[in-house]
Design a protein around this ligand. Structure first.
Ligand SMILES: NC(=O)c1ccc[n+]([C@@H]2O[C@H](COP(=O)([O-])OP(=O)(O)OC[C@H]3O[C@@H](n4cnc5c(N)ncnc54)[C@H](OP(=O)(O)O)[C@@H]3O)[C@@H](O)[C@H]2O)c1
Length: 314
């Protein structure tokens, strides 16, 4: 089969199209013929030799990527929920070796969900790592409740646009940060208030938040503490809850935590239900071919993507 192999970490062009062995599904795994892949900042960081590069190196050939949409073409032993011909999507083996940039992926069935019939391949592919992150942070980590005030940083991005919609589903009041040109987009996602982070500091304009989702790191996490009410929670997905930030948070009776998304077919199935019902949707702003993966990585590296970047296979 064809796969994009990373023989050396580095530039986007280091992702080389090569013939590799088709994986054989083990017990509990299905073999998926991949139709679409979504691309995340962690893919580009790993390609550069950071993030999960060392993890992937333990299991050569090094094949980046975790988010897939495709068709089940074979099943291993002890597979209960999927059969040949099913269309499935999910984030495979994260954190670990997903090997998604390939024509075929062996995926644990417990990392996948059925693709709803009324959701496009691109939209399903996109609603994986980024959507799972938003769901797990807001629902499992922060315990979001109706009527809460939720501040979402980088709300126009991959994680952000799902987080806005999920928070609205829970009937929260949602404040999102984005460049001004993306404020209409935030409104269409359901955000109640939009803040242009180029013009305003959140700590000057937001107060009494119950939950903050930080995706920018320590300085932003620290500044965001001032936006939270007594008993509020800030979850950083970029390591922003350092010891110093946690100490400052504790002094104000705020909980500050870091979070790393993990594969979950159960959470993916919940997202599939919300997609099917039209309660959330994926905004796919760029689609590239498998052969143009380098261009997809360059787009993600702009840090200006609205919604998601998807790559089609075959
Ligand atoms: N820990 C985890 O489990 C986990 C999971 C997923 C992602 N992450 C990390 O979280 C970060 C975001 O991921 P993503 O997929 O959402 O990225 P993304 O889709 O590439 O984010 C792009 C968006 O970021 C916005 N942005 C850039 N700088 C900003 C700033 N200073 N303030 C507010 N918004 C800003 C841009 O908004 P404008 O164009 O409006 O300026 C753009 O829409 C990445 O570093 C990623 O690695 C971590």
């Amino acid at each position: 089969m064809k796969a994009l192999v990373l023989n050396e970490p580095g530039a986007p062009e280091n992702l080389q199209l090569q013939e590799t062995d088709k994986p054989i599904p083990q017990a509990g795994e299905v073999l998926v013929k991949v139709r679409a892949i979504s691309i995340n900042p962690v893919d580009t960081k790993t390609r550069e030799g950071k993030a999960f590069y060392n993890t992937l190196k333990e299991n050569p050939p090094v094949i980046v990527g975790w988010d897939i949409l495709g068709e089940v073409v074979a099943v291993g032993e002890e597979v209960n929920y999927f059969k040949e011909g099913d269309e499935v999507f999910g984030m495979v083996n994260f954190p670990g070796s997903g090997k998604a940039y390939a024509e075929y992926v062996a995926a644990p069935e417990k990392h996948l969900a059925h693709k709803p019939a009324n959701v496009s391949h691109h939209e399903a592919a996109a609603a994986t790592l980024a959507a799972l992150t938003a769901w797990q942070v807001l629902v499992h980590e922060a315990g979001i409740k109706a009527g809460q005030r939720v501040l979402i940083h980088a709300a126009a991005g991959g994680v952000g646009h799902f987080a806005v919609q999920i928070a609205k589903y829970f009937q929260a009041t949602v404040i999102g940060t984005a460049s001004e040109e993306n404020h209409d987009f935030l409104r269409t996602m359901g955000a109640d208030e939009q803040i242009d982070y180029h013009k305003y500091k959140v700590e000057d304009v937001v107060m009494d938040a119950d939950i903050v989702l930080d995706s920018l790191g320590e300085e932003n996490t620290r500044r965001s503490l001032a936006t939270l009410k007594d008993g509020g929670k800030i979850i950083s997905i970029l390591g922003g809850a350092t010891e110093a930030v946690q100490a400052a948070a504790k002094a104000r009776n705020i909980e500050a935590r870091n979070y790393l998304v993990h594969s979950s077919g159960e959470d993916e199935t919940k997202l599939a239900e919300l997609l099917e019902a039209g309660i959330i949707r994926s905004h796919v702003s760029h689609v590239f071919s498998f052969e143009d993966m380098a261009e997809a990585h360059k787009q993600v590296e702009t840090r200006k993507t609205i919604g998601k970047v998807v790559v089609t296979v075959g």
